[in-house]
Design a protein around this ligand. Structure first.
Ligand code: GRF
Length: 225
């Protein structure tokens, strides 16, 4: 077992990714300890999920702060006070200031419901449906000062079906989010992630794991599914 990395989870909503992380820890698939869950919204269900597992959870409302920096300063102080090493963004609907990003250099992760660099920003799933792509997915990446554009750690791909709506595609992507986010944090915990410029090198990665076979959608006649 590797060390337990102290993490802080920031969210604004339902917290299903938080739940996946909690489950992975409880099932010994993830060597991490959630020191704090922070929401900028008092009604976020993620706070209840934390409470159900006796994880300290706090509301730090973004309203009433003089600037984005002023708010981020309060957040950073809180996270540092809890001894957080890795900040995990799990549906936190706020852009981070440079001050925040520089306070945790190479130690902030985010999950984005699209295959970066496609469809950055809000509603990645809706953007994919409207664009008409045949594959969509999700990306866990380190956070830099740009939006959804930091070095990519892991991605999962799902097909887009002809009758998909934003909601059905989001649900299919979410299943994969819950698989890859805890795994990405575990790779960090094992010290296996090295940022080299734009890229993340994963120590011990099996270069052949993805195989040589391509995915094609819609399937072609004779294609093995
Ligand atoms: C997910 O789709 C995630 O990719 C995005 O925000 C959503 C959060 O969902 N960043 P949940 O709160 O974890 O259920």
């Amino acid at each position: 077992m590797s060390r337990k990395v102290p993490i802080g989870v920031l969210l604004s909503g339902g917290g299903t990714n938080l739940q996946a992380i909690i489950d992975a820890i409880e099932q010994d698939r993830l060597d991490a300890e959630i020191r704090t869950v922070v929401s900028n919204r008092a009604n976020a269900y993620g706070l209840t999920r934390a409470g159900n597992h006796n994880i300290p959870a706090t509301v730090i409302d973004h309203r009433g702060h003089a600037s984005r920096e002023a708010y981020d300063q309060v957040l950073v102080e809180h996270l540092q006070r809890q001894g957080v090493e890795l900040v995990v963004l799990a549906g936190f609907m706020r852009l981070l200031s440079s001050f925040f990003v520089q306070s945790f250099p190479d130690r902030i992760m985010n999950i984005h419901p699209a295959l970066s660099p496609s469809f950055a920003g809000l509603h990645g799933q809706r953007q994919a449906v409207e664009y008409g792509v045949r594959f969509a997915g999700c990306t866990v990446h380190f956070v830099t000062e740009g939006c959804d554009e930091g070095p990519v750690i892991i991605q999962a791909v799902v097909p887009v079906r002809p009758d998909d709506t934003e909601e059905t595609l989001a649900q299919r992507i979410l299943v994969q989010e819950h698989r890859i986010y805890p795994h990405a944090i575990q790779l960090y915990s094992e010290g296996r992630l090295a940022i080299e410029g734009r890229k993340v090198r994963v120590t011990g990665e099996d270069g052949d794991a993805a195989g040589e076979s391509a995915l094609v959608n819609p399937p072609m006649p004779g294609t093995v599914r």
